[in-house]
Design a protein around this ligand. Structure first.
Ligand code: CU
Length: 98
């Protein structure tokens, strides 16, 4: 009697997660943006801060040697072009990779 209720719960949770991609909640995406003009740790910190504080960005890692930022973001909230523009406003050339 009580057992059948317990068995139903995990199944309904599975259904919810399977349909997540179709619904309004978008899965987080990752993008790389090539950055020119960074020359020290302050530049890296500035770009990271610019990205992380931006709406829709959950994660940002900037590699000074490679000259690129790896960004975790929500495509439903912000576009890559907007993130590149934010980097440019901070004073660096930014080109989305791919
Ligand atoms: Cu610098």
């Amino acid at each position: 009697m009580g057992l059948s209720h317990l068995e139903e719960m995990p199944r309904s949770i599975d259904k919810v997660s399977m349909h997540n991609q179709d619904s309004s909640s978008t899965a987080p995406a990752s993008v790389e943006i090539l950055i020119e003009g960074m020359h020290c740790g302050s530049c890296v910190a500035l770009v990271e801060e610019t990205l992380i504080e931006h709406d829709g960005v959950s994660q940002a890692t900037v590699d000074l040697d490679a000259g690129k930022a790896t960004i975790g973001y929500d495509p439903a909230v912000v576009e890559v072009a907007t993130l590149a523009a934010a980097i440019q406003e901070a004073g660096y050339a930014a080109t989305p990779a791919g």
